[in-house]
Design a protein around this ligand. Structure first.
Ligand SMILES: Nc1ncnc2c1ncn2[C@@H]1O[C@H](COP(=O)(O)OP(=O)(O)O)[C@@H](O)[C@H]1O
Ligand SMILES: N[C@@H](CCC(=O)OP(=O)(O)O)C(=O)O
Length: 373
């Protein structure tokens, strides 16, 4: 029996976040199983061979750890956290087993992503890992992630990561064909929904909880994730990771599952945000740098910077002004604090380290973080 979803073209993409739920990795007898992960890994491999980047957000640490715990043992929060710590090494080993390329373990909490500096550090690390052609495998840092530190679930984590790494698409592999008009495990005649223009309250009303022992959020958290991704201009795809044919076709650019659209493009969403975020200060640049930013969309290097006003921190949004006419050139996220910029202004990129004693890279503002006005 098919899932009822009609095959449609997958929107073209260059960088994806692939979220793999516990239900796809947990073995019936406890621990992890490569059963479904193998086809998903083959998809990652094929995508990478075509020059695309894939970041994996993988659940399954608790499920993996369960095989190592005594059955019947009390399962309070610390016990779950201990299971996650035990299971995480197995989880990474499972993924590494599929790839020749190195897998990098990245564990994140809400706190890491809420604080601007740590957010930027996570972003730089992930960018660097992708530049190294490594395969980042991300999970929530369950050891410390309790209550207010918790992102709650990996669907939401995957959406935040998608925005973090500038992904074009968020692929959520789950244990069901996609979104249905009701939970098919309860309502067998539920109808598949192939295409969603926007996540609405009505949609949340049809999304129920998890259908398996290992899964957590059910469709609700997948819709929350899709809503977050859409706000950043990223489309979300829900598909059945247990169906090797569906996964194989995905690598051919064809989807059987649910496509949840984003109302605006990624660039438009980002530029809108950069234009409207409150600014914490300004950077003055010379006319040559102003031309490079305006006409070529170039990154801002320290050589073209003349100074900084205000007391902004690394990661703040700042105005960029041209010293010649004082007119605004653009806005962007500064990689350096105002105090640092005053010291590296007019210096060559290679001297940053010598002047400051550290470096956050060659750009004062990276072109991806810059909008010309
Ligand atoms: N409207 C719906 N359409 C599809 N699945 C639904 C719906 N409402 C609830 N679900 C449940 O959501 C489950 C998938 O979520 P979950 O168990 O958390 O998996 P994962 O481990 O992949 O995150 C499905 O197996 C299904 O039981
Ligand atoms: N960090 C947890 C994952 C929790 C989670 O969100 O699970 P799931 O709903 O299966 O994606 C673990 O690795 O077990």
């Amino acid at each position: 029996m098919g899932s009822g979803f009609v095959e449609q073209a997958l929107p073209s993409w260059r960088r994806a976040v692939l979220k793999v739920g516990s239900s796809l990795l947990a073995a019936d007898e406890g621990g992890l199983s490569p059963r479904y992960a193998a086809a998903l890994a083959a998809f990652v491999e094929r995508s990478r061979a075509n020059g695309r980047d894939v970041v994996i957000v993988s659940s399954g640490a608790v499920a993996a750890g369960r095989a190592l715990a005594t059955p019947g043992q009390a399962m309070g929060l610390p016990a779950r956290q201990a299971l996650a710590a035990l299971g995480q090494t197995r989880l990474i080993a499972l993924w590494q087993g599929f790839f020749d390329a190195p897998v990098a373990q990245v564990l994140l909490t809400h706190d890491d992503l809420r604080h601007r500096r740590r957010y930027l550090n996570a972003r730089s690390t992930l960018r660097e890992l992708l530049a190294l052609r490594a395969i980042p495998v991300i999970n929530e840092n369950d050891t410390v992630a309790v209550d207010e530190l918790k992102l709650g679930d990996n669907d939401n984590l995957a959406a935040i990561v998608a925005a973090l790494v500038d992904a074009d698409i968020l692929l959520i592999a789950t244990d069901i064909g996609g979104l249905y008009s009701a939970n098919p495990r309860i309502a067998p005649d539920a109808a598949p929904i192939d295409d969603v223009a926007a996540v609405t309250p009505e949609l949340y009303a049809i999304a129920g909880g998890s259908g398996s022992r290992s899964g957590t959020g059910g469709m609700r958290t997948k819709l929350e994730a899709a809503e977050k991704a859409a706000a950043a201009g990223i489309e979300t795809i829900l598909f059945d990771g247990t169906d090797a044919t569906v996964v194989g076709r995905l690598a051919d650019g064809m989807l059987s599952g649910t496509r949840i659209r984003a109302p605006r493009t990624r660039l438009a969403a980002r530029k809108y945000w950069l234009r409207h975020a409150p600014s914490a200060g300004s950077i003055t640049i010379d006319p040559g740098a102003a031309r490079a930013v305006r006409e070529r969309g170039a990154s801002l290097l320290p050589g073209g910077v003349l100074g900084a006003t205000g007391d902004f921190a690394r990661g703040d949004v700042v105005e960029i002004a041209c010293e010649e006419d004082g007119l605004p050139v653009g806005r962007g996220i500064s990689q350096y604090a105002a105090v640092d910029i005053r010291r590296i202004a007019r210096k060559h990129t290679r001297d940053i380290d010598a002047v400051l004693g550290y470096s956050y890279g060659e750009n004062v503002i990276h072109r991806d973080d810059l909008v010309a006005l």
